[in-house]
Design a protein around this ligand. Structure first.
Ligand SMILES: NC(=O)c1ccc[n+]([C@@H]2O[C@H](COP(=O)([O-])OP(=O)(O)OC[C@H]3O[C@@H](n4cnc5c(N)ncnc54)[C@H](OP(=O)(O)O)[C@@H]3O)[C@@H](O)[C@H]2O)c1
Length: 424
């Protein structure tokens, strides 16, 4: 099964001539979504936007609809969807605006859609990404959570649906570019010793652990190199993002976790590397701009203009690399623990992390508690078998419940401590 999973990624090598691609951009109002539309707009001869889908940013979606005139638009918020629909009709536009989970899945499955940019953030993106894979689309995968939550189920859908899967995450896109052209999921047989994923180390690479208690969401979201959505920015600050990427790489490239290594590279110029048994190491470099991997995935096998600033090696000067410190970044180790445990452990970890990050962004949990909560949920909730979407949804729900319980306990403890301090 696994070999053919690799084939799913590579199947398109033989794809012949350029034809106009009809795209559904899921998460169109987000960081990846807007970068995707920026690249698409540079190539009106290659791409038509058929579906735009977002959560609740109705003004942004409205403007995108006016500009790209898709056939359909989607907002998760039904009231907002109805308002955008009215505004579009009033401005003479014929875009159908829908809402509801089933509607999004139906849009992804439309025969006229051949390419799906899966860029909804978090577990909310799972069903639509899975539907795109099962329907045999070209799936440009930014929503790493789909693979983290549902690795075996998702890759099975890719295989059965005969979908072509392209990594959009810059690291995995870099690995994809550094792999042999005919790679079919056989790491050892392809002479690959290791996959090296680079990580910037985020905004707290040098921070003293005791200083992290007072970190604000604004500080955690101020990534030194990349402009990203808030959730992934916090994940970068804890390095949970790199942990999720290790899990993503395990499934995308059929790589055992012992062959995936993370190295800190603060400049974010080398996006990842593949080390071969003969000692060769092939890296992909570029400016830290997501339009590069997006354009690579959109245009594949062609190379297309992405609007990215020209690469200037002398101006960059020096590139440096260091080992990640496991005490500073415990979330990275948790991802390896989840892979070792197998089954739904990665699903539980992802669910716990989403709850923890949302609480931190809401000024609930302090920053260091994200890692503590993740560790406790992973240790306390037993992993179960993952064979179907229902199994994934059940494990996700258990992880979320355990995380909310953890926050409840933590809040009560903190209140009791405050009360005792007040009595003294
Ligand atoms: N940003 C990056 O550089 C980067 C790099 C690699 C991978 N990724 C991955 O790409 C994905 C998107 O990241 P991002 O940084 O672009 O996030 P983001 O800026 O927060 O955007 C998230 C998008 O998802 C939409 N959304 C949220 N809930 C939804 C729902 N229930 N139904 C439909 N749409 C929904 C949001 O819509 P509204 O805002 O309108 O609510 C928004 O368009 C994540 O999985 C992330 O890990 C991102």
């Amino acid at each position: 099964m696994v070999d053919r999973i690799g084939t799913g990624v590579m199947r398109v090598h033989g794809e012949a001539q350029m034809r106009v691609r009809h795209i559904a951009v899921l998460g169109s109002t987000g960081s990846i979504g807007t970068s995707t539309l920026d690249v698409v707009a540079r190539h009106p001869d290659r791409f038509r936007v058929t579906v735009l889908a977002a959560g609740s940013r109705e003004d942004d979606l409205f403007s995108q609809c006016l500009r790209f005139q898709p056939r359909y638009a989607f907002l998760a918020d039904p009231a907002a969807a109805a308002r955008v629909g009215r505004r579009l009709r009033d401005s003479g536009s014929h875009v159908d605006v829908l809402s509801g989970t089933d509607a999004l899945v139906d849009l992804v499955r439309l025969a006229e859609v051949d390419t799906v940019m899966a860029a909804i953030v978090g577990a909310a993106g799972l069903r639509s990404t899975l539907a795109a894979a099962a329907a045999g689309k070209r799936v440009l995968l930014a929503n790493k959570e789909s693979l983290v939550m549902a690795g075996p189920v998702f890759m099975d859908a890719v295989l059965k649906g005969n979908a072509a899967l392209f990594p959009v995450d810059s690291e995995h896109n870099a690995v994809f570019q550094a792999l042999p052209r005919d790679f079919a999921g056989d790491i050892a047989g392809s002479g690959i010793r290791r996959i090296l994923l680079t990580a910037s180390g985020g905004p707290f690479r040098r921070a003293l652990p005791e200083s992290l208690d007072a970190v604000t969401p604004e500080q955690a979201c101020a990534h030194p190199n990349w402009i990203m959505g808030r959730k992934i920015s916090v994940d970068s600050a804890t390095m949970m993002n790199k942990g999720l990427e290790v899990i993503e790489a395990r499934w995308l490239f059929n790589a055992p976790h012992e062959r995936i290594k993370v190295v800190i590279h603060p400049q974010s110029i080398v996006h990842s590397l593949v080390e071969y048994v003969d000692g060769s190491v092939i890296a992909q470099l570029g400016n830290p701009d997501m339009r590069t991997p997006i354009a690579h995935a959109l245009g594949y096998p062609d190379r297309i203009e992405a609007g990215v600033e020209r690469f200037d090696l002398p101006a960059i000067g020096a590139l440096s690399f260091e080992e990640p410190d496991p005490r500073r970044f415990p979330c990275l180790g948790l991802a390896y623990d989840a892979l070792r445990e197998g089954g739904s452990a990665s699903t539980l970890l992802n669910a716990a992390n989403e709850v923890a990050v949302a609480s931190f962004l809401d000024r609930g949990l302090p920053f260091p508690d994200i890692a503590r909560l993740n560790a406790d949920v992973l240790a306390e909730v037993p992993a179960t078998r993952l064979a179907s979407l229902d199994d994934v949804i059940e494990a996700d729900a258990r992880g979320r419940r355990a995380a909310l319980d953890w926050i409840g306990r933590r809040t009560r403890q903190a209140a009791a401590t405050r009360m005792r301090a007040g009595q003294r």
